[in-house]
Design a protein around this ligand. Structure first.
Ligand code: ATP
Ligand code: MG
Length: 409
């Protein structure tokens, strides 16, 4: 599927009519050669940013210091980046100086892996100075140039290597792997948000076992926050989960990690803070973690209370994961009482109420009828009423619930 390329082709041709070079570069070429759909095509050019701005009067500056201009063309936007070199890397992360150049080869030289360092011109010709296509065919990740120098320049590339291993199932070429092992401590210099982004991609890769194996073997975990002693826990994921398994999300993968490592909620809070994850990620991880724990401890797999507590989505996500493990008869599956297919949906459908707002009793009813002498009792009454309905000890009607509460104090 090369629609994205076809659509962007007139943009490149327009740049060429002004006497500059223009190419598709990077990840989109890799993905196209692998037969994968690319979410976006990156365009590189010999034109300098102000020259691109002149060619495309309707534009938006997204990263002028990196040479990137977002151009509007035929109702769409395209990221166009000037060929550049990055020289004299400071503190192992940011290039001290970005220099715009007129040569494609120099631009490709600064890129991280050979499979990411190919370009394609407007005639469809592939530009491949570093045998990227050969590495792609062999399923190999190889640094462009001297591997050791490349990871010293920018330590994030080590995390990119293991996440590409996970997404593509590729092996690290020997020198590249060795260089990462030597440079691993430099990961501490990298902003944790950027590490987290790569880790999230690693978890969601089709071949996460390959990426995680590299992450462990190359000792990258030693230089990430709060995983210094995490080797056994990461290894356990490889040992007990089915090789067929994939994670529905990064947060689910982290939840499984904490579950297998027998962590507690306090540690998860500390961990997500150290990794600068969002509140939403923190909440999801804890919810999956608690649901896994509850599912493990419940004799009858899912119950009305558990479904009410966790909701249909979380329960289904957890159960689907466990079912896939069960089919593979993995060690992980042995942690859990066997569930029945369709049980989650059936229990959910049968729930008398699905959330607090379905309850036929509210705080005002309690004040009017039970006249609690302490406002704090209202919440307790509501919890009790909610539980009674979910457990089918009382019908969901106002009068029945008030009678139930009076009889059960
Ligand atoms: P994805 O599918 O995740 O977007 P990608 O290869 O397109 O993968 P990007 O982060 O979008 O990755 O980067 C685009 C291109 O820029 C890469 O293919 C690579 O050529 C280059 N690149 C990105 N990050 C680095 C880096 N840290 N060092 C060197 N080159 C890089
Ligand atoms: Mg990209």
């Amino acid at each position: 599927d090369n629609r994205e390329f076809q659509k962007a082709l007139p943009v490149l041709k327009k740049i060429e009519t002004f006497g500059y070079q223009a190419y598709f570069v990077g990840g989109c070429i890799r993905d196209a050669l692998l037969g994968l759909a690319s979410h976006d095509v990156d365009i590189a050019t010999s034109a300098f940013p102000e020259e691109i701005q002149a060619i495309f009067p309707k534009h938006f500056d997204v990263g002028l210091e990196h040479g990137t201009v977002m151009a509007y063309f035929n109702g769409d936007t395209y990221e166009i980046t000037t060929f550049r070199t990055e020289s004299e890397y400071e503190d192992y992360r940011r290039p001290k100086e970005v220099t715009f150049v007129r040569s494609l080869e120099e631009d490709l030289l600064r890129r991280d892996f050979t499979i990411n360092a190919m370009a394609m011109g407007t005639e469809g010709q592939l530009i491949d100075y570093f045998q990227g296509q050969e590495d792609l065919k062999a399923g190999r990740l190889r640094a462009v140039g001297k591997a050791h120098d490349r990871f010293q320049e920018d330590a994030l590339r080590m995390m990119r290597a293991v996440r590409f291993a996970s997404q593509l199932g590729f092996e690290l070429e020997t020198d590249t792997a060795q260089a990462i092992k030597e440079s691993a401590p430099l990961l501490e210099k990298i902003a944790v948000e950027r590490i987290e982004t790569e880790m999230a991609k690693l978890w969601q890769g089709q071949h996460w076992q390959a990426g995680l194996t590299d992450f462990i073997d190359l000792q990258l975990y030693r230089y990430c926050p709060l995983t210094e002693n995490g080797q056994a826990s990461f290894q356990k994921m490889l040992d007990v989960l089915s090789p067929e398994q994939v994670f529905p999300s990064d947060t689910f993968a982290w939840a499984v990690y904490f579950f297998l490592a027998k962590c507690d909620l306090q540690f998860i809070d500390d961990f997500t803070r150290a990794w600068k994850m969002s509140n939403k990620q923190n909440r999801l991880i804890k919810e999956y973690f608690l649901a896994l724990t509850a599912r493990q401890e419940s004799q009858s797999a899912w119950t009305a209370q558990l479904l009410y507590r966790f909701g249909l989505n979380t329960a289904q996500t957890v159960e689907n994961f466990i079912q896939r493990e069960g089919q593979a008869k993995s060690e992980f599956a042995r942690h859990f009482p066997k569930g029945k297919a369709g049980q989650v949906e059936a229990i959910w459908e049968a729930l008398p109420i699905h959330s607090r707002k379905d309850l036929a009793l509210n705080g005002r009813d309690i004040i009017a009828d039970l006249a609690p002498n302490d406002k704090r009792l209202i919440g307790q009454y509501l919890n009790q009423a909610e539980a009674a309905v979910v457990n089918e000890q009382c019908p969901n009607s106002k009068d029945d619930l008030l009678a139930y509460l009076k009889a059960n104090q």
